[in-house]
Design a protein around this ligand. Structure first.
Ligand SMILES: [Zn+2]
Ligand SMILES: [Zn+2]
Length: 237
């Protein structure tokens, strides 16, 4: 008997939607998941195709160029339960479920910068070494690896790192979050200029103010990236 089977026996995988013992998402609840059919401006949240900014003024305080959001977010709903579960317990099932959702939305909303020849890098938002030790894996990297198998001409690059303690952002206002993150995310050594002219997709699970994505985008643009698109499962209010 494998360890994962033992764990499944002790802590059965119940559906996070209804509690039925049929994996993390039963076929019934799977049907209920609704993907966002439109995207909005990352700043003012007015409808905007492909999640780009309305105008210069909306774009002013952001370093990324667009933000693709997969699902509606609310505290009680299924998506936040799945993301929390995914953060703390490695699960192939959840990589598959959440990866599929991202794959669909990326295919629909990335035509403005994605071409068949590719040359696009999928970059996960980094976890600090401390978090990594605690969790054992970076959930955004797992999603990036899932996505790369489904698109031509994309590569995964885990090229950034972040300092310990820079993840404690909850409850802080946007400016405080920005200050807290300043110079805490950086490129791995030797990679400072390797992004010259490339389009990049930064993967994260849930974005709220977009501060983390913004700091990643700042670093990636300094390393030469020409277009930075954020891709997240959901956006908190
Ligand atoms: Zn269910
Ligand atoms: Zn706007």
């Amino acid at each position: 008997m494998k360890l994962s089977d033992v764990l499944d026996y002790i802590f059965p995988r119940k559906c996070l939607g209804c509690g039925r013992e049929e994996g993390y998402l039963c076929s019934f609840c799977r049907e209920k998941i609704q993907l966002l059919k439109t995207q909005c401006c990352p700043n003012c949240r007015k409808h905007q195709s492909e999640g780009r900014f309305c105008n210069q003024r909306c774009a002013e305080n952001f370093n990324f160029d667009q933000l693709i959001v997969c699902l509606e977010y609310s505290k009680s709903n299924l998506i936040s339960k799945m993301v929390v579960q995914f953060k703390y317990r490695f699960s192939e099932d959840l990589v598959e479920i959440l990866g599929k959702i991202m794959k669909h939305q990326l295919a629909v909303f990335s035509h403005n910068f994605r071409s068949e020849e590719g040359n696009i890098l999928l970059i996960p938002v980094p976890l600090s070494a401390g978090r990594m030790r605690f969790r054992g894996f970076n959930q955004s990297l797992l999603l990036a690896k899932y996505l790369v198998k489904n698109f031509n001409g994309m590569q995964v690059s885990d090229c950034m790192q972040r300092e310990d303690g820079s993840e404690q952002q909850a409850g802080k206002a946007r400016n405080a979050r920005l200050k807290n993150l300043e110079n805490k995310i950086f490129m791995n050594k030797g990679q400072e200029k390797f992004l010259a002219g490339k389009s990049v997709i930064v993967i994260d699970d849930i974005a709220t103010t977009g501060t983390t994505l913004n700091e990643c985008a700042r670093v990636l643009k300094l390393a030469g990236a020409s277009h930075v698109c954020g891709l997240v499962l959901a956006r908190g209010k």
